[in-house]
Design a protein around this ligand. Structure first.
Ligand code: SF4
Ligand code: FES
Length: 235
């Protein structure tokens, strides 16, 4: 265990835990957008900034990517922290003024928000979908595409590989702005504009998973697809 001081409280933190995980254990609220507890932290949104004392000096750092160390001192609610989060939220709002989640977050961080314009869900490049596809599903149908020199260098974008996607929906589930849309109706699911045929449970007849997802699980596990054709409620 690491002995730390967080917001003036002396506590013990798990070795290897991040500042964010430690703060959450202690019910200290730190805002996040690009973080998911089951995925590798990415440090993209900068909303989780905290102050950490290192070599006698207070420095701003992202709580989701910083591991706690013995004798660390942390401030999660100082004026500097609030200013830094407001700045990060302001940058996001400047880029995505129509996104309802960004508007809400920016407002909560003290940014003046004009909510009168049309609302539009945006991809804020948090990378959660890319990480979910790669780390949780082990598929890699999504990746950041750097548009390269001579083009729009500043703005990477998400590239989708339709041949690799199995239609599992994990990317839509983790997307914080609901930009990734998934529609499932009857025997069809559409995600990233790819249409999947849904498999029917052989007990209750309900459509429960894309055929391609079951093919993938069968290939990975060696379990025959016929054995997978039962939904979770009928198992
Ligand atoms: S739906 Fe496709 S892109 Fe999204 S996580 Fe699943 S496999 Fe990856
Ligand atoms: S949640 Fe830490 S940088 Fe986004």
């Amino acid at each position: 265990m690491a002995k730390i001081i967080i917001d003036g409280r002396k506590v013990e933190a798990k070795n290897g835990a991040t500042v964010l995980e430690t703060a959450r254990e202690l019910k200290i609220e730190i805002p996040t957008l690009c973080y998911h507890k089951d995925l590798t932290p990415f440090g993209a949104c900068r909303l989780c900034m905290v102050e950490v004392k290192a070599n006698g000096e207070w420095k701003l750092t992202s709580a989701c990517t910083t591991p706690v160390t013995d004798k660390m001192e942390i401030k999660t609610g100082s004026d500097r922290v609030k200013e830094s989060r407001k700045f990060a939220a302001g940058m996001l709002y400047y880029k995505y003024p129509g996104d309802p989640v960004i508007r809400d977050m920016a407002g909560r961080m003290g940014v003046e928000v004009d909510g009168s314009g049309p609302a539009k869900e945006e991809c804020i490049l948090c990378g959660l979908c890319v990480r979910a596809c790669r780390e949780a599903v082990d598929v890699c149908a999504l990746k950041f595409e750097d548009r390269g020199p001579g083009r729009d260098v500043e703005e990477p974008k998400i590239e989708f590989d339709p041949a690799a996607c199995i239609g599992c929906g994990s990317c839509a589930y983790v997307c914080p702005t609901s930009y990734v849309k998934m529609e499932t109706s009857g025997g069809k699911r559409t995600i990233w504009n790819k249409v999947f045929r849904m498999a029917q449970c052989r007990v209750c007849g309900r459509y429960f998973a894309p055929e391609e997802q079951l093919d993938y699980i069968s290939r990975k596990t060696g379990v025959k697809k016929s054995k997978l054709m039962v939904c979770t409620s009928c198992r």
